[in-house]
Design a protein around this ligand. Structure first.
Ligand SMILES: Nc1ncnc2c1ncn2[C@@H]1O[C@H](COP(=O)(O)OP(=O)(O)OP(=O)(O)O)[C@@H](O)[C@H]1O
Length: 309
């Protein structure tokens, strides 16, 4: 039975590799039906290790995973037909054409959608007669995705779905994921592209060294972060000539040659004061750059902990 609204439930999950290395160190999260959930993290943070446990490719060393109410490893037969998996490396026979690969795969899936429909969804139909070995890296990722969609999955696991895709291919994939989500598919994806998570995910978690460092909606995760303003000081001016930064609500500042960088939670006020100052002084602030708090800021803050450690 899966009357649960949570399609994925992960509780205190652990993964330990041979040799004793603990890659996933007690993480918990849930994903509701029809949600897109993104796992972010630095290289080696444990994203793939986690997704493989959700896909039932290995048993956890501790904790619990449930997908559609079942243990994906012990009850693989109940879970696998209802999920679609796009691995980081698909590894198809390279002599087959795109269409042959999709047909072969469809033969292994009960209730599969017509192969040509899956290829159309990912924009590969016009490349049907091309051999897999002749596809570009981005086209292979699209083929991976087409195969994951063949079984009309209720849950889709996408491990770095847009790595190797050009900007257009990435946008097409985002559109497709949104359309699938709107049709009720639950999507769990890993990505290195922060704008992908920001634009696509309903909720996300940033993993760091096997643990969840922060989780929430993109807005919640960025809310705690400061905004940034940077500009070049005009010739003959020094940072001490600016209005008193502390009184303006500047959290910290750094000066790099002539470039000044400010961090603040009061973006509008600080930007206004700096511009009024420049206008009054009759100077131009070259390279002026004003940025709202972003996921990038949150991510860099978490990654920096590693450097400090
Ligand atoms: N088969 C394995 N045996 C031992 N250690 C492994 C194995 N697979 C992964 N690891 C280690 O586990 C940690 C997490 O790896 P994982 O691939 O899950 O990270 P990731 O977040 O997906 O990284 P990336 O962003 O680089 O894909 C890394 O330190 C990695 O070296």
């Amino acid at each position: 039975m899966d009357t649960n609204t949570n399609v994925i439930e992960v509780t205190d999950l652990r993964r330990v590799y041979g040799g004793g290395f603990e890659a996933v160190r007690g993480i918990s999260f849930s994903v509701a039906r029809g949600e897109v959930f993104a796992l972010l993290g630095t290289n080696g943070a444990g994203k793939t290790s986690t997704v493989e446990l959700l896909e039932g490719l290995a048993p956890p060393a501790g904790g619990r995973v449930r997908v559609l109410g079942h243990d994906p490893y012990a009850e693989r037969a109940a879970v696998r037909p209802r999920t679609g998996v796009m691995l980081q490396e698909g590894g198809f026979p390279s002599e087959l054409t795109v269409a042959e690969t999709a047909r072969m795969w469809a033969g292994c899936v009960s209730g599969a959608r017509p192969p040509v429909e899956a290829l159309e969804l990912v924009g590969l139909a016009r490349r049907s007669d091309v051999r897999v070995k002749q596809l570009s890296g981005g086209e292979r990722r699209r083929l991976d995705l087409a195969l994951a969609l063949l079984g009309r999955p209720e849950v889709l696991f996408l491990d770095e779905p847009t790595t190797g895709l050009d900007a257009e291919g990435r946008r097409d994939t985002w559109e497709l994921v949104r359309a699938l989500r709107d049709g009720g598919t639950t999507v769990l994806l890993t990505t290195h592209y922060l704008e992908e998570a920001e634009g696509l995910a309903d909720r996300l978690a940033i993993l760091h060294e096997g643990r969840i460092a922060v989780t929430g909606t993109p807005a919640e995760v960025t809310a705690g972060q400061p905004s940034r303003i940077s500009f070049e000081l005009p010739q003959g001016y020094f940072v001490g000539d600016l209005p008193p930064l502390g009184e303006l609500g500047v959290l910290s500042h750094e000066v790099d040659g002539r470039v000044v960088r400010l961090r603040t939670r009061e973006l509008q006020r600080v930007a206004t004061e700096v511009l009024v100052w420049a206008s009054t002084a009759g100077v131009e602030l070259r390279g002026l750059d004003v940025r709202s708090a972003s996921l990038e800021e949150a991510f860099l803050g978490i990654a920096a902990q590693e450097v400090r450690a």
